[in-house]
Each structure stands twice: as C-alpha cells, then as structure tokens.
Ligand binder design. Structure first.
Ligand code: BG6
Ligand code: MG
Length: 216
C-alpha cells in the first residue's frame, strides 16, 4: 500500500507548544484552587479550548455560567499567546525540516490537523506555513478530537484516500481521531501512553520514513 500524504498534529509534534498549553492551564487551575497534574494534562492534549476548560472545572467540581467560562478560556488563551509570541524558527523540533524535505522528494503531500485556533500564528512564528499543502481551520471543525472530522477534512482537501494517509500525533485524543478516520497512525512520545498507534517514536526526529513506508 503506498503512502501519499502525511497529516501532522502541531502542538507537541512539530514544536513544544504542548508544554505551553499545559503551563497556561496549570496556572488557571491553580488560581481556581483545582489540582491539575501532568497526568491530568495527558487527557487534555489534542482537546479543544472549551472542552479542556470543562475537564478542569469538572475535576474541581465547579459549575459556572457560559460568560464566566468564556472569560476563563480567554484568560488562558492570553497567557498562552504571551508564551508563543516568543517563539522563533529555532523552536521547531529537530528533524522536522529534513522530514518535510524527504516527504516532498517522494511526492508525499503534507497536511496539518491541529485543533488549535492559534495554529496559524504558531506556524508563522516557526516559519513553516509554506511547507503545507493544506492546513485545517480549527474554527471550522464541528467535532473536536477524538472525533475523526479534522483528519478526514484534511485528507479530503488533499484528495488522498484515507488508507494512503499517515496521521502523526502526540495525544491520546488525536490518536483516536486518526484511528477512527481509518488512517495509518504514528505516535510521537511515550509508547505506553500511545500504545494504540501503529508505530511510536519518542521524538519526531527519530521518525524513520523508510521503516514507515515498508511497514504500511
Ligand atoms: C491542541 C492542543 O492542539 O489545541 C490542546 O493539544 C489545545 O492542548 C487545543 O487545547 C486548542 O488550542 P487553542 O490554541 O485553540 O486554545
Ligand atoms: Mg498535540
């Protein structure tokens, strides 16, 4: 079976913004008096802003009206944007540019399936916007990860059948999104956390394109 597209998640796959999301949520949870660990954060990776806030409030047993929730989500986002505004091309994970070059040489198309409404800004800071053949607009996705909508949207826009697509994710929610889309899956991170993936690499720099194309 040939592979014709790689569809990447952004936060935690191409750069360390997963850590910035964690730091911004942890500060908000702390202000609300809610315990929030890195283990809790694993469940928030890939999950959109309002659903992430709902998880934290639920953990703290706090019920708030919609206005207050929007206010808190906005506060987290302002903190997050302060963190990403300091980013530069140096923050791209090692190995990403050579991987993109290899994919292009082999005629494999490159898509982005990030749940983040800040994705365009992060790509600009990293200087890699032009590397993508298609970038999903998170604001237009009705059902967030783990629903497959975002990966299916990118495959359709690239006009590549799902069985010829590889999805690359660091989150449990995102991995399920790829699996339910019927694509091949690559996990980036802890093999135990991402046990459902077809292949897992500790970092994107260790991703082995020859191994992947042989395996799939
Ligand atoms: C995902 C992150 O990529 O984007 C989540 O893994 C984040 O942590 C989600 O909540 C939404 O991001 P944003 O920037 O729209 O709040
Ligand atoms: Mg991610």
């Amino acid at each position: 079976m040939s592979i014709n597209a790689f569809i990447f998640d952004l936060d935690g796959v191409l750069t360390d913004t997963a850590e910035y999301h964690y730091l911004a949520w942890a500060e908000l949870a702390n202000e609300l008096g809610i315990a929030f660990s890195r283990e809790d954060n694993e469940h928030l990776k890939g999950v959109d802003r309002m659903a992430s806030l709902a998880f934290i409030l639920d953990k703290g047993g706090i019920t708030l009206d919609e206005d207050k929730k929007l206010q808190l989500a906005d506060k987290k986002n302002q903190h997050y944007q302060q963190l990403i505004n300091r980013m530069s091309p140096e923050d791209l994970f090692e190995g990403v540019l050579p991987l993109f070059d290899q994919l292009k040489q082999q005629g494999i198309r490159i898509g982005l399936a990030s749940a983040s409404k800040n994705a365009a800004l992060v790509l600009t800071r990293l200087g890699i916007t032009d590397a993508f053949d298609y970038i999903a607009d998170a604001a237009k996705i009705a059902q967030g990860k783990p629903h497959p909508e975002i990966f299916l949207t990118v495959a359709k826009a690239l006009d590549i059948p799902v069985h010829s697509c590889v999805g690359v994710e660091d989150s449990i929610a995102g991995l399920h999104s790829i699996l339910d889309a019927g694509m091949h899956s690559i996990g980036i991170g802890d093999a135990e956390v991402l046990a459902a993936a077809d292949l897992v690499y500790p970092t994107i720099g260790q991703l082995d394109l020859a191994e992947i194309t042989t395996e799939f």
